[in-house]
Design a binder for this molecule. Structure first.
Ligand code: MCA
Ligand code: AMP
Length: 504
């Protein structure tokens, strides 16, 4: 029996060497990780979880949470991680759609989650930030030699929900082969070895922190400093003990705000990686001037893992996302005709390769709509490939805001605002923000005689939307600019409010 992804992780695991170190001074060796993941997989089996069952997880970042992900791989369960910021209403939708067999949440959330899980016959167990909870209690007496479930390359390893420009969030189905092929490629491309020590300050419910950071570390037999969240001071203090950092552009903007960041502080560091959102060329240049390190920017998506990367040895060019990764084909097409464009011409970025997902969970029509007839995934990103082969992302055809590396789909926020009494209509846009890259901003047209103000709208959204999706500012307007087809011209609004946060 073989387990496509976990067998590779097990083979790379260097026994007594450390895998995770946490802030409180604890260390999990690879052997400890194998033992605990075995016990948790055993507990899940005892609970009746079978290969192919979904296991939804909404817990604080911890070593045990990462090991729970490994336990899911071992038991053949499909891992479904959720952002801690999601509200109960958001979680309820995901549970209804994914139909997990088990949901793991914090003890504080258990009672409420049980209420929404009950109609779906879902088991609820807990895991807290300190590693305690009912799931680990169940795992304690399970054996350390769990027999891993058989999983082939095409079996699902995880489903990650990504919001859609139309309709509700959709689950991107990622196979064992999607994850393994991408992690091996990145490990080799970025020269990650067992000597590396990664500063892991990203959340572990998205591709960046879960697959890029964690799978690459595991397949190199390397180790990580697992931080509960990003804190620039803490990250700088760890640099003399570490060799790598992976982050979203906001990390680098915030690090540059610290006078402690200099060439001395980074003397032991080998590699700084950025992704999930555009890194401003000025941030790249300022970071290199201050530290001597050229940040390596790469480009990925939940549906595709990583597609391109600046080179390890060659020029890491600011404002570009580098070359297609080995085995990945990237092309640029005319969004109107689908014709393949020449270098330097801007169009739709399309992707094909072993990294590209299997489709959206229980949504074959939505899957079909995102692929071309010859099997390329349509990214929704607009870009070009220059004469040297570097890919540039110049914009998005999808209506999406990226704030601090988190995606926000305006339609979801507009839907919530439009339901409020006194609102005629709204348009949600992203405008440049000095820390988050883009700031979520709502332009609201009130109904005549409505007494709505900014505070009333923001407080109404509080329990309806995750915090990072809530607008940073609400602006009232008499009407929205529209084109001759009646479509709201968001580009006009983005231009009009371009310096809203720069001024603030
Ligand atoms: C926090 N706040 C935010 C965000 N994060 N507002 C907008 N956008 C955000 N992303 C708000 C909080 O609500 C709070 O507001 C205030 O900022 C400070 O909160 P705090 O928790 O202290 O912030 P933080 O911990 O410093 O968080 C900022 C962060 C974090 C470190 C940038 O958002 C983060 O870790 N982002 C990474 C996201 C990520 O992993 N993306 C990868 C997706 P108030 O005080 O008003 O309540 S994977 C992906 O995109 C693809 C596949 C790829 O290519 O990687
Ligand atoms: P997600 O849906 O969270 O997977 O976000 C994927 C999107 O993030 C991509 O389609 C891009 O729009 C954006 N993205 C990721 N990496 C980069 C990058 N290096 N530069 C610009 N945009 C990026």
């Amino acid at each position: 029996m073989s387990n496509h992804l976990f067998d590779a992780i097990r083979t790379a695991a260097p026994g007594k060497a450390p895998f995770i170190r946490t802030k409180d001074g604890r260390t999990w060796t690879y052997n400890d990780t194998l033992t605990l993941s075995s016990r948790i997989a055993g507990a899940m089996q005892t609970l009746g979880i079978h290969p192919g069952d979904r296991v939804a997880v909404q817990v604080e970042k911890s070593a045990e949470a990462l090991i729970l992900y490994l336990a899911c791989l071992r038991s053949g369960a499909v891992y479904l991680p959720f952002n801690m910021a999601y509200t109960l209403a958001e979680l309820e939708y995901f549970i209804g759609d994914a139909e997990p067999r088990l949901v793991v949440v914090s003890s504080a959330a258990r009672e409420n989650v049980e209420k929404i899980a009950k109609p779906h016959y879902v088991i609820v167990e807990t895991l807290d930030a300190d590693g305690s909870g009912s799931l680990l209690d169940l795992a304690r007496d399970e054996p350390a030699n769990f027999v891993d479930a058989s999983r082939s390359a095409d079996d699902l390893a995880a489903i990650l929900y990504t919001s859609g420009t139309t309709g509700r969030s959709k689950g991107a189905m990622l196979t064992q082969a999607n994850l393994l092929s991408n992690a091996i490629m990145l490990r080799d491309y970025w020269r990650v070895t067992a000597e590396d020590r990664l500063i892991h300050a990203l959340p572990i419910f998205h591709t960046h922190g879960l697959f890029v950071a964690t799978n690459v570390t595991l397949l190199a037999g390397a180790s990580m400093f697992l931080l509960p969240k990003f804190d620039p001071d803490e990250v700088i203090s760890l640099m003399p003990l570490a060799t790598m950092l992976m982050g979203v552009p906001t990390f680098y903007v915030r690090l540059l705000q610290s006078p402690r960041l200099d060439s001395q502080a980074v003397a032991n560091m080998r590699l700084f990686v950025s992704g999930s959102a555009p890194l401003l060329a000025e941030t790249h240049v300022e970071f290199e001037n201050r530290t001597g390190h050229a940040i390596l920017e790469r480009y990925g998506m939940t549906e595709t893992n990583m597609n391109t990367s600046n080179p390890y040895d060659g020029d890491r060019i600011a404002g570009t996302v580098g070359f297609p990764l080995p085995g990945v084909t990237v092309r640029v097409t005319d969004p109107g005709t689908g014709a393949i464009l020449f270098p330097e011409e801007t169009g739709m970025i399309e992707i094909k390769g072993p990294n590209v997902f299997k489709g959206y969970w229980r949504a074959p029509e939505r899957t079909a709509a995102e692929f071309t007839a010859d099997g390329f995934f349509t990214s929704g990103d607009l870009g070009k490939i220059d004469r040297r082969g570097y890919v540039h992302i110049v914009g998005r055809s999808k209506d999406l805001v990226i704030s601090g590396g988190y995606n926000i789909y305006p339609k979801e926020v507009e839907g919530e605002i439009d339901q409020l009494e006194g609102v005629a209509e709204s348009a949600v846009i992203g405008v440049p923000h000095p820390i988050f890259g883009e700031g979520v901003t709502a332009i609201v047209v009130p109904k005549p005689e409505s007494a709505l103000d900014e505070e009333a709208i923001l407080s109404a959204l509080k329990h309806r939307l995750a915090r990072y999706k809530q607008p940073k500012r609400i602006i009232f307007a008499e009407d929205l600019p529209r084109n001759t087809m009646g479509k709201v011209q968001k580009n006009v609004l983005r231009k009009q409010y371009a310096d809203l946060y720069v001024r603030a």
